[in-house]
Design a protein around this ligand. Structure first.
Ligand SMILES: [Zn+2]
Length: 235
């Protein structure tokens, strides 16, 4: 047992030298909720993603009234807490890309149950430099996996045009100012958006300011409506 633990630590060090992009290939999987081995999220802990599955669509958003709401619909799977919080943290900061599949499965299930309209999935991007450092953009992974499950195409239509302060460090008003105008359409993606109804894909929604900023860029490009689907909702 001791030898095995030592090997694992050695493996972590080797993986760190290889870079975060390869980390998930080098490490054995363990459940983000209960640490069970052999899976990034065990069947029992996945149930945390199903708490809203049976709720009807159009459940009151509970967002602050001051927030402009150009979104046609906003759906999410579960509150941002417990196992979901750990799983999203691992997906974003620990290189555990394998979590994208079960999280996207839950998003797709919620959308199948409650989604109205929507013709394409559009991930909310991190800044390109951050994605390069991380080796991937977690919203792209979620959009790609949800696309497979929903049989709805996805396109990386948006780019983050400037660095923004992480939203969790800011108050509600500052969040809106922080991300306003921070997104633009990527070159050449306009025709796919014009006259269409995109569904924004992100990991967490808090005030919705980031989704609103993205929706505005899509409306500028001629989108007829914009909905959004996230893994979690933070209050
Ligand atoms: Zn578990």
């Amino acid at each position: 047992m001791a030898a095995r633990a030592t090997n694992r630590i050695g493996g972590v060090a080797r993986a760190a030298r290889l870079g975060g992009a390869l980390l998930d290939l080098a490490l054995p999987a363990s459940c983000a909720g209960c640490a069970a081995e052999g899976t990034v999220l065990c069947p029992r802990c996945r149930r945390a993603l199903e708490v809203r599955l049976a709720l009807p669509p159009g459940v009151p958003l509970g967002l602050p009234a001051a927030m402009p709401v150009p979104l046609a619909q906003l759906e999410w799977c579960a509150p941002f807490s417990g196992v979901i919080r750990v799983a999203l943290h691992r997906l974003k900061y620990s290189g555990e890309r394998r979590l994208a599949a079960p999280l996207a499965d839950a998003m797709a299930a919620r959308w199948e149950a409650a989604g109205v309209g929507g013709e394409m999935l559009v991930p909310v991007p991190v800044h390109a430099e951050r994605a390069r450092r991380r080796g991937y953009d977690q919203a792209f992974l979620l959009a790609s996996a949800a696309s497979d499950r929903l049989h709805v195409p996805w396109q990386a239509s948006l780019e983050r045009t400037r660095h923004t302060t992480p939203q969790f460090e800011l108050g509600r008003h500052a969040r809106r100012t922080n991300v306003s105008g921070a997104f633009a359409l990527r070159a050449g993606t306009g025709p796919a958006v014009k006259g269409r109804w995109p569904i924004l894909i992100d990991d967490v929604v808090t005030t919705g300011s980031t989704l609103v900023a993205c929706a505005e860029a899509l409306f500028d490009a001629g989108a007829i409506a914009v909905s959004a689907l996230t893994v979690a909702r933070e209050r």
